[in-house]
Ligand binder design. Sequence first.
Ligand code: FES
Length: 532
Amino acid sequence: MRITGLGHASVLIESAGGTILTDPWVNPAYFGSWFPFPDNSGLDWDAIGQADYLFVSHLHRDHFDPEHLRRRISKKTTVLLPTFPTSELQDALRDVGFTSFVQPPPGEVMRLDGLEVMIQSLTSPTDGPIGDSSLWVRDRDATVLNQNDARPSELSAFLDLGPVDAYLVQFSGAIWFPMVYELPERAKQALGLTKRERQFDRTLRYIEECRARYVFPIAGPPCFLDEELWAFNDMFGDESNIFPDQRVYLDWLAGKGHHEGRLLLPGSLAELGVDGCPVTHPISDAEVDALFTDKERYLRAYQARRMPEVERAKLTWAHPELDLLAELKSWFAPLLAEADHMAGGIDGGIRFTAADAERGDVDLLVDFVGREVREYAGEKVRYRFLTRRAYLERLVHEHETDWVNSLFLSCRFSAQRIGPYNEFVYTFFKCLSEERLNYAEGWFAEQNETEAAETITLDGWEVQRRCPHLKADLTRFGSVEGDVLTCQMHGWKWRLTDGKCLTSVGHDIRSTAAAQLPPDLPAAPVTGACPS
Ligand code: FES
């Protein structure tokens, strides 16, 4: 089996049973902010696009590139389709011309000619744009697990099928936190450092669970070619930068005693054999080194090639004909009326300031108590977003139902927050359609009931087994220090004395101190039959 790197999360898996192309992304995403690193636009996409199968893991724009799919990927290709709560991914793929779909039942192995595939879909409202997925593939010679940027609470569904030869996993950041927050620089650095460490540690946990023969870091980092985002590129030796590159990560991994990591650049060929996995890059070793050691020069040349298209696109973003307040009022009114869980969790107003030096600012309040959008009138708010008027106009003009998959991931905004992170805020702004909103509300209602059911004992505390965030099994991901529980899946914390979530509002945990044994009784045996 052979794996060809195609940039970011895209690879071509070639096997005796057929070829699979994953997540081809070339065009700038999120208001022209993100580009693949390194540049993959020069690959022979017309040849690559003849793959037998296409797998698009989810709708995030660095995985789903409609323009590229429309122009360069053959419509004879059969799509391997994850099962998500809404049909949006399939609809979007149909829109760009695909007509042949195979949808393996979730979590079940499907046999195609000479290939076995399994797709695991994650379906919480906070997984990607309502849905993210991982792909497992086996042919007669080897097994590949492309976890991508999905975060399954455990890999056992895949590992039960046998050893994995190649494991593809995200290692770098894909978020706007903490960079866009208006915080003192030192606080921002401390948060960035913790975030970066957590990203790396999470991969290690997965890698040790997976025990694959080879690990390929994929799905990041993006690079930022717009001058106003330039500082987000990891090339200034800043360990608080959340977008570390492949070389930084592989060095870190080797430092942890893991030497199975392999670098995949666009065009790199990894030959998965019984005795090894040689990787051949399309450029010399010196050029590979220069990509990472002289990154600024590389990115400046990339910027000169690709930024003109973003500059042209920027001219189309403003829509002065739109009355933003009136449009958002009527769009959000039915959504706010139905958003009981999210409105309860936010319990306040979110202020949006959309600035424009020439046309004047628009200052709005999305009021989750009064359930309306209105002009901002000086109220105290816990969240405030500041962006450009043209960006908000574009979101309204396109009727963009997922502002995470557009404005927020663009990082073209700044944010102020008083108090803890509130996950309901971002969930609401990715559910700006009736279909999504209803799904999310139903999911929260169901989650509250089921997650509190099972109890485990952790370091002297009885807690619910499933993490109140995204259901990670706390017997494996939970760790207790003093009276604080941390779920290592995403690093969320809870105070066990009262169950309060210290990371986000509204995700409290059920916890009590475990009953102490009376002092005159011997401790129960660690193993053995029931003492009775
Ligand atoms: S599942 Fe996200 S912190 Fe536990």
